[in-house]
Design a protein around this ligand. Structure first.
Ligand code: DX5
Ligand code: ZN
Length: 220
């Protein structure tokens, strides 16, 4: 089994000191940078866009995991590849032709991810799971950091793990929203491979230690 990956969400960083927070993640035991792009249409919030991602890319020394909470993500696939995204995750609910979108992400040289809103059933991925590198299970309603974790996530993660095994797929399971040291271990036991953590990391007094602690308690 591979070690659980920890992906601090830059949405909770200090945007006036972004370079400082990026260097912190570089130095820490974190595995990925999780970057939330929101358009104010798919979700009721606007985060940041291309110039900020470009600035992050310049300093980030780890995998850049971009989570698009936008409508019509196909319009921007090549742009995100050019900006240095390693993983590009689109929302199931935002894609009319999901299979085509996944192929386009891979053709642009990135890993292809699909995020599911809390109400979206895992079985909807049955016919496309083998084409997905990463499923991001939303454990809050997307749009904001700092929300409370939705407990039904465990059931979804277990169902997703079963689906991945039954289809012999090679898909990672990422959990996004409300992750803390209280639920991290149980999420990994349910089948999670990657844990996104925003507020829990950046609002803590010693983020490097917080990341190290998450890493330690999620050892498989
Ligand atoms: C929510 C975002 C999350 C968010 C997580 O829409 O997709 O990545 O930044 O933040 P926390 O860990 O604070 O719930
Ligand atoms: Zn996210």
């Amino acid at each position: 089994m591979n070690a659980t990956k920890i992906a601090p969400s830059i949405l909770a960083a200090d945007f006036a000191n972004l370079q400082h927070d990026i260097e912190m993640v570089n130095k820490s035991q974190a595995d990925w940078f999780h970057i939330d792009i929101m358009d104010g249409v798919f979700v009721p919030n606007i985060s940041f866009g291309m110039p900020v991602l470009q600035a992050i890319s310049k300093h980030a020394k780890k995998t850049i995991d971009v989570h698009l909470m936008i409508v019509e993500p196909d319009r921007y696939i090549q742009t995100f590849a050019d900006l240095g995204a390693d993983n590009l995750t689109v929302h199931f609910e935002a894609c009319t032709h999901l299979h085509r979108t996944l192929q386009a992400i891979k053709a642009a040289g990135m890993k292809a991810g699909v995020a599911l809103n809390p109400h979206t059933n895992i079985q909807l991925l049955e016919d496309v799971i083998q084409d997905i590198d990463l499923v991001c299970v939303m454990s809050v309603n997307p749009g904001f950091g700092g929300q409370a974790f939705i407990e039904n996530t465990y059931t979804k993660v277990r169902a997703l793990k079963e689906l991945i095994i039954s289809k012999k797929a090679n898909t990672l399971i990422e959990i996004d929203g409300g992750v803390t040291d209280k639920n991290a271990k149980a999420l990994v036991e349910a089948g999670a491979d990657v844990l996104v953590a925003g507020s829990f990391v950046f609002k803590s007094k010693q983020p490097i230690e917080t990341i190290a602690n998450l890493k330690e308690i999620t050892q498989k």
